[in-house]
Design a protein around this ligand. Structure first.
Ligand code: NAP
Ligand code: 8YV
Length: 327
């Protein structure tokens, strides 16, 4: 059994369904093998002993990592890496990388666009036009919601959260935030709990990673704190929200509206949310332009190249920052 292909190239397993751009650069530099899912039962013993890198465009769990005896690095596509068991990888001495920064501004643009579309009912207004109601019934009704006078709270003031805050500054909205740790020299009001943040604002934008510490953090109590003019936008991960509680809050007027780009069980969206006219729903398109997805793909490949050529990762995740290349 070898740990490289016949031509001596490092074997990289592509998990999931990337676009041609990503695949071509991996294929040009590595012995590339593709699988739809990281299912250990689908691996032949020969392949399991040959793969040294994974390009992850889908979930990679602990059992799959354990099945690959030569695995050194999992380069994951996306800044959020909740679908990769990075803690397990770190314990096994396997590097995990993600794709931060290159998508920050795009996702912040999407978040603000989603906020405005939600507050001003753009999806429903366009449907009104397309359905011929502008001509037959007259102008679309004035919206209850407006950005004017809103107070914004950002749950997760990281790279994307700060890019959203900069945009909201330009819109003239006061911004406050909650993280576990206050950021020094950041000129926005800090709240040490999510509840305190929600009490102080009427517009909550969630952009936290999906993990045990954030699971269902936005619950009925947080939504109630936003009040009847409240607007909730989620651009982070669907798992950070109690979706049934959100659907109930939208249905009974506890809050005014929600804009969601992410869901707990994608691509499945709860019927209760689909049924609500005051929910603006997007199919996880935060970073989904060709420009930004190509930049993310390039960073993923840069991580693989840097690891195998120079023994270092460009953007290691915190759980594996201690992992060093095997000599
Ligand atoms: P980041 O720079 O790491 O920011 C994450 C922020 O969340 C940090 O400020 C962190 O601060 C805070 N945080 C983490 N856990 C928390 C907790 N339990 N309670 C309160 N705050 C917490 O990451 P980013 O680049 O901004 O990306 C954020 C997330 O956005 C990603 O993880 C991903 O899930 C999501 N995302 C979605 C899309 C999309 O297409 N919709 C695109 C890109 C990213 P502390 O550590 O101080 O708590
Ligand atoms: C991607 C994202 O859509 O970077 C992230 O965390 O959620 C998005 O940019 C996703 O990771 C790739 O499918």
């Amino acid at each position: 059994m070898t740990n490289s292909s016949d031509d001596g190239r490092v074997t990289v397993l592509v998990v999931g369904q990337p676009s041609d751009h990503r695949v071509s650069r991996i294929a040009a530099n590595f012995d590339m093998v593709r699988v739809e899912e990281a299912d250990p039962t689908q691996l032949t013993p020969e392949l399991a002993g040959r793969v040294r890198g994974i390009a992850a465009f889908g979930a990679v769990g602990a059992a799959f990592i354990d099945a690959l005896s030569k695995i050194e690095i999992i380069a994951s596509f996306g800044v959020g890496y909740d679908s990769v068991d990075a803690a397990h990888a770190g314990r096994c001495g396997v590097m995990v990388t993600n794709t931060p920064d290159v998508l920050t501004e795009e996702v912040a643009d999407t978040a603000v666009g989603l906020l405005i579309a939600t507050v001003r009912e753009f999806s429903r207004a366009e449907a009104w036009l397309r359905d011929g109601l502008w001509a037959s019934r007259g102008p679309y009704p004035l919206t209850r919601g407006t950005l004017r006078g809103r107070r914004a709270g950002i749950f997760g003031m990281g790279r994307i959260g700060q890019a959203i805050a900069r945009r909201l500054d330009a819109f003239g909205l006061p911004v406050a935030y909650h993280n576990r740790r206050q950021i020094e020299d950041l000129d926005y009001t800090y709240h040490p709990t999510l509840d305190a943040l929600a009490q102080s604002v009427d517009t909550l934008i969630a952009v936290v990673p999906g993990n045990a510490s954030t699971a269902k953090a936005v619950n009925a109590e947080i939504l109630r704190a936003l009040g009847p003019a409240g607007v909730f936008v989620n651009i982070g991960r669907g798992t950070t929200v109690d979706e049934p509680a959100l659907a109930a809050a939208l249905a009974n007027g506890t809050i005014l509206a929600a804009g969601l780009d992410v869901f707990a069980d994608e691509p499945h969206v709860p019927q209760a949310l689909l049924d609500l006219p005051n929910a603006t729903l997007l199919p996880h398109v935060g970073s989904a332009s060709i420009h930004t997805r190509d930049a993310m793909g390039d960073l993923l490949v840069d991580n693989l190249l840097a690891w195998f050529d120079q023994g270092r990762a460009v953007t290691p995740v915190v759980e594996t920052a201690h992992v060093t290349a095997r000599g």
